[in-house]
Every structure is written in C-alpha cells, then in structure tokens.
Design a protein around this ligand. Structure first.
Ligand code: URA
Length: 241
C-alpha cells in the first residue's frame, strides 16, 4: 500500500503552495480527490489518488530553490489587486515552469533576500512560528537610536498585545544632517511588518528596510532584481537548521 498523508501535505509536496496556504485552497473548494470535491480538512491521500486543483492534476515534481535580490516597488504576492509589479515577474519563463512561490514575504518597499521554491515542506519548516530562523535587516530609521531604545528592541517590545522575542540590535551610524540612524537587527520571528512595527514602537519609524540575510542565505553577488539557484549544500543547510 502506498503511504497515505494528509491532503494539504501532499499538495505542498507537489509544490502547490505552503501547507497552510494549501489548507485555504482546500477549504475554498478548489480541490478534488478522484473527481470528488474535498473542502474539509482531515482527508488523507496516497500516490494512487488523482488530486486536482482548479481542474489541473497535481503531481510530485523536481524541487527547485532560488534566492532573489528583491528590489523595492514589487509585491511578494503572486497576484495583486492594484496591478503593481510582482516579484514573480522577475523570473525567466523557463524557471516558471516550476510552480515556485516565495518563502514568507517582504513588504512592497522592502528590498533584499527573498527565497523561492516549489518545496512546500521546506517552506513550511522555515516559516513555522517555531522555526526560530534568523533574519538580518538593515533599517534606516528617523531619529537618534539611544541606549534605551536599543535595550527595548533587544528585550522585546509589545505590538498588538504580543511581546516580540529577544533580538540582536546595533547602531551602525547616526547621520546628523538627516537626523536618521542606521540599525542592524537580527530577529527570529516573521510577523507582518515586524521590523517596522518594532522600530515604530520605540519611536524610530523606518524609512528604508533591507533584508541582508534569511537563515544562511544572503544576496552577496546578486544584483537587484536578479536571482540564482541555491546550491545543494545550501538547501541541505536550510533543511538542517
Ligand atoms: N519587517 C517589516 O516590517 N517588513 C518587511 O518587509 C520585513 C520585515
């Protein structure tokens, strides 16, 4: 008997999207198993079953992994209701033969490291709230970051009733003429607008944000708007985090 796994895990393995996103796709009624709509979570399937999403059969495909140096002015979502430029459009046609999606997200006006894959299992592992994956940012903030603000950022600040986990923070420079500071932050969470909200909470609004590193991967040697495939040893490192 082929091994049975949860439908959303099977879909993620086939590169449809992350496991969480696949759950949404199931409950929105877009998935059929052997011709029958399955819109409740809890079903299990094996390689013997025919699974379709929006009428298209999904099958396990070769996994691919990329790192993009995201420019500002691009949305991370795969479609945008306002018609803004999308990160996925930066990929060459042949790389889009794989159904790749971003691992996590960056804001429209944030630049830097953004990973892409069709490997739902790895995406899930890296974005899970328990993953503790390090993300390193450079933030240009308004005002002078003093000891007190830094200490608060390091200890954790309260945003919408939630206290952020301890972070590493240092001031790289203070520019008197513009009254701005450049901060380097390493955080292990990935909540929506996390860095902007953290800095805002200590009175240092973010003007520009760059992600320098996601786990072990940086944009070193990659021009803005360009991308490269990850090497096998880099993928292994991400799996072993
Ligand atoms: N934190 C933010 O506020 N924005 C990003 O794009 C990434 C982290």
């Amino acid at each position: 008997m082929p091994e049975e796994i949860r439908l959303q895990a099977y879909m993620a393995n086939c590169g449809v999207a992350s496991r969480r996103k696949c759950e949404e796709i199931i409950t929105s009624g877009r998935v059929k198993v052997n011709g029958i709509v399955v819109d409740k979570l809890g079903s299990k399937v094996s390689s013997k079953d025919v699974v379709t999403v929006d009428g298209r059969i999904i099958e396990k495909e070769e996994h691919v992994y990329y790192v993009l140096n995201k420019p500002r002015g691009y949305v991370t979502t795969l479609d945008d209701e306002f018609g803004r430029k999308k990160v996925i459009d930066l990929f060459a046609k042949e790389d889009l033969a794989y159904r790749i999606f971003p691992i996590g997200r960056l804001d429209y006006d944030t630049q830097g490291v953004l990973l892409f894959t069709n490997d739902g299992e790895l995406a899930n592992k890296l974005t899970s709230p328990h993953s503790n994956v390090e993300k390193e940012y450079l933030a240009r903030v308004e005002g002078k970051a003093g000891k007190e603000e830094l200490a608060k950022l390091v200890r954790g600040v309260v945003i919408n009733g939630y206290k952020t986990k301890p972070a590493e923070v240092e001031v790289i420079e203070y520019k008197k003429d513009t009254n701005t500071s450049l901060l380097r932050l390493i955080i292990t969470e990935g909540k929506y607008h996390q860095v902007k909200n953290m800095c805002e909470a200590v009175g240092l609004p973010v003007k520009r944000l760059t992600r320098l590193r996601f786990a072990t991967i940086s944009t070193e040697g990659i021009a803005k708007g360009e991308y490269r495939r990850l090497k096998i040893h880099e993928v292994k490192q991400l799996y072993n985090l």
